[in-house]
Design a protein around this ligand. Sequence first.
Ligand code: CUA
Length: 335
Amino acid sequence: MFDNFPLWPDRASSTAGNVDALYIFLIIVSGLMTLLIFTAVVYFAARYRRQHGVQAEQIEGSTPLELTWSIIPLFVFMVIFLWGAVVYFKGRTPPRDSTEVYVVAKQWMWKLEHAEGQREINELHVPVGRDVKLIMTSQDVIHSFYVPAFRMKQDVLPGRYTVAWFRATKPGTYHLFCAEYCGTQHSGMIGSIVVMEPAQFEAWMSGGTTGPLSATGEKIFAELGCVTCHRTDTQGRGPNLQAVFGKPVLLQDGRTVTADENYIRESILDPGAKVVNGFKPVMPTFQGLVSEEQLNALVAYVKSLSQPGAAGAKTAAVEPQPAPVKAPAKGSKVQ
Ligand code: CUA
């Protein structure tokens, strides 16, 4: 009966069921309360209707009654709060070892790049059953990455990274929407997430690429001359970046920050903002000199320096060439 009138989008991620269960609970609670209130209204209207010879008298409150209607809702709301918090934190925390995909939003398209180097536009191919972490930023205004079938929505902001994750549970093609008004063609800023069986996905991934994003980053790192200061010994004018990612960093001003994606990004674009203890603020800014894609590659490279067994040096021989773009949107131009 509901084939042509679906009440829910597909449930195609590990989060979808949890979100729906909470939502159904909210509907049931709201429905029961509505029923209770309307029943009471009708009953009291009939029971205490105006009658001849009956005089109404004023009632001055009832402590037991007031406690009851305060404590029971408090209990119900705490259940909703705790349940919601658990669903939220699960949905917000990418599992360790997630596959990483970098997303750059712009008016009006989605540009995606796999850590392995595959690039896509308005399409994202992922295997079923794998945790995928999206590291997202915008080239211009605020956008929002929204996949209803995954019950996942995250604002994508210019000037910083935001993160989201999902684990697809069902092969298929699912809508990707921009859910934040971003200009005249906002409604056209759509795409699809293609969830494939692992074997199929491996075949898709074996298509042409310039090599891992981190290797591209290493090349840019060399081209921009970063290597001359960020040396792998202790003699550099900048900090050694080996094994820095994810670690706490002590700053000149005594603060300690975690070296996450946003910290690396900021240190490239605004090097004076958080200078590492023991170093001078001598690094020039690279604001305007690197594109969002190049920034992503640099971040991926610095991250790769913290992976076990990855010294980063072995990938230096990658030839410079533009990465092939898979399935570009009709009439759109990659910048
Ligand atoms: Cu991008 Cu709306």
